[in-house]
Design a protein. Structure first.
Length: 520
């Protein structure tokens, strides 16, 4: 980091401490004053001081990011740009139109087209916040990365303010700018730009308009081996297809592309979630379960990603139920998941006890929630699992039961339906029983020792496969500092040389002693 940003940060910290001290003194004066007018005046003064200090801190942070982007472009080190982009989430909460306007005024010339364009999107009211000092202290933009970064910040501000039409216009300009510049040092910024570009169109219901642009950009990023942009665009395309329920196109995209191995954990978690949904739609529940487990495990475990954790766990619960497994109760007790997973907990209870009536009631009560989550069609598949569970419990409870009683217990329409369902359960190996069609009853056979079947073998095979995959992923994620490895190798080689020299000296000493003995 250059010395100028450090000095400015140090000065800003000192100013912040001074402002806190002044604010504290003002508060003490307010408590001692008896008139309400004086208290109101002191309070407004404290507020003004606080806003000015916060604005100065935001501008200092943005200028510090400028230095990081410039250093990244000059040294061809992506880690500096990544460090700046990681701070965007915290900076986003403190962004104001006044801070952006002052930063833009001090970054462009007075007649620069980019300056006029960005200030125009912020509105005419922000022109009054630009001070003469900002006009005088204009710094020349050393790299285009800083220009793109300022466009990105204005896009984020427009998104937070709900100005979607302006955001669409600016995002189109920024995407065209990124494509025209064609610089590898813009890869990390380009991924962010495409993300917010797609977000604006999604919120306005126009996602299908940008699909050709995303496909062309993904093809270009693949040819350039731009892992950040490529992984982001693949996820944006999958989200685009899912928005319109185009699961066949999403499956073709997954089959024709290879997700980058060096993608970030956030992008990998999103990709695994989308892949898990595709596999679930295609009835490949085992593969879907593995993908969703990886998505939940690789996603950050904090409140920032609560929405993703909730959506991934909802789908994971449904897939587990479709596989014949019951999710653990502790999952529904987590504070972050307790309320969103309440309808899915009721579905789980209905499947666990095999109560078809309760399943239908829960499905009717929370149908709006399931449709909003786009899980309604998958939950409809659970009806057969509920019936299977109910038949299994009946076969364990009764050695002999009439098909009419089975129909009443499972709330089926007719005895013919009960006979068909019981026969299918016997054929699938769900229960071990026989049907007497003439007398109309089901006879259960004696319980068979489960360890005499292949079920334990399949369970152990599944656990071993999961552990091996976890081990392989951990090995791939290991990183070793290059300097430390070279230093250790040099130390080992030096120790070996010292040992060789010592052995050679001992051998020469032995030869000298032999010669001395020969002379004697």
């Amino acid at each position: 980091m250059s010395e100028a940003p450090r000095r400015s940060t140090r000065l800003n910290k000192n100013q912040e401490e001074d402002s806190k001290g002044k604010a504290k003194a003002v508060d003490q004066d307010v408590e001692m004053e008896e008139t309400p007018d004086a208290a109101a005046a002191a309070g407004s003064k404290s507020t003004v001081l606080g806003e000015k200090e916060l604005e100065a801190l935001v501008i200092a942070d943005i200028k510090q990011h400028f230095a990081l982007f410039t250093k990244s472009a000059k040294t061809h080190e992506a880690r500096f740009a990544i460090r700046a982009l990681r701070s965007v989430s915290s900076l986003r909460k403190r962004l104001t139109a006044q801070a952006l306007a002052r930063t833009i005024a001090s970054s462009y010339g007075k007649d620069d087209e980019a300056r006029k364009r960005l200030l125009g999107y912020l509105g005419p009211d922000v022109l009054s916040s630009i001070t003469p000092a900002d006009e005088v202290a204009v710094t020349k933009l050393e790299t285009p990365e800083v220009d793109v970064y300022l466009h990105l910040l204005v896009m984020i501000y427009l998104l937070d303010q709900g100005q979607l039409e302006k955001g669409i216009e600016l995002s189109n300009i920024t995407v065209h700018m990124v494509q025209e510049l064609n610089r590898r040092s813009l890869d990390q910024l380009a991924a962010k730009v495409y993300f917010y570009y797609s977000r604006f169109y999604e919120l306005t219901g126009r996602l299908e308009e940008i699909r050709p642009t995303l496909l062309n950009a993904q093809r270009t990023a693949t040819l350039r081996r731009d892992d950040d942009t490529q992984s982001t665009l693949i996820n944006l395309l999958l989200r685009n297809y899912f928005h319109y329920n185009l699961y066949d196109q999403a499956d073709k995209l997954v089959s024709k592309t290879a997700f980058p191995e060096n993608a970030t954990n956030n992008q990998l978690a999103r990709y695994m979630y989308y892949l898990g949904r595709i596999k679930a739609i295609q009835l490949e529940y085992t593969e879907s379960h593995q993908c969703l487990l990886q998505a939940v495990r690789k996603a950050p475990q904090n409140n920032v990603t609560a929405g993703f954790q909730q959506e991934a766990n909802k789908l994971l619960i449904i897939v587990q139920l479709l596989m014949g497994e019951i999710p653990e109760r502790s999952l529904f007790r987590q504070p972050m998941l307790r309320k969103p997973l309440a309808p899915y907990f009721q579905i789980t209870q209905a499947v666990r006890i095999g109560d078809l009536n309760k399943f239908q009631e829960t499905l009717a009560t929370h149908s709006a929630t399931f449709n909003a989550d786009k899980n309604y069609t998958l939950i409809l598949r659970l009806r057969h699992n509920v019936i299977k569970t109910g038949i299994r419990m009946i076969s364990l409870s009764y050695s002999r039961i009439s098909l009419r009683d089975v129909c009443l217990k499972l709330h089926l329409d007719s005895e013919e339906d009960a006979e068909y369902i019981v026969a299918k359960a016997i054929r699938d190996g769900v229960i071990d029983a026989t049907i007497d069609h003439e007398k109309g009853f089901m006879r259960s056979k004696e319980n068979v020792d489960i360890y005499s079947t292949n079920e334990p073998q399949h369970a152990f095979h599944q656990r071993i496969g999961f552990c091996l995959k976890l081990h392989n992923d951990s090995v791939k994620a290991m990183r070793f500092p290059l300097k430390t490895v070279n230093q250790d190798a040099a130390e080992v080689e030096a120790a070996r040389d010292q040992e060789r020299n010592l052995v050679q000296e001992i051998a020469e000493a032995d030869e000298d002693m032999d010669e001395d003995h020969g002379e004697l």
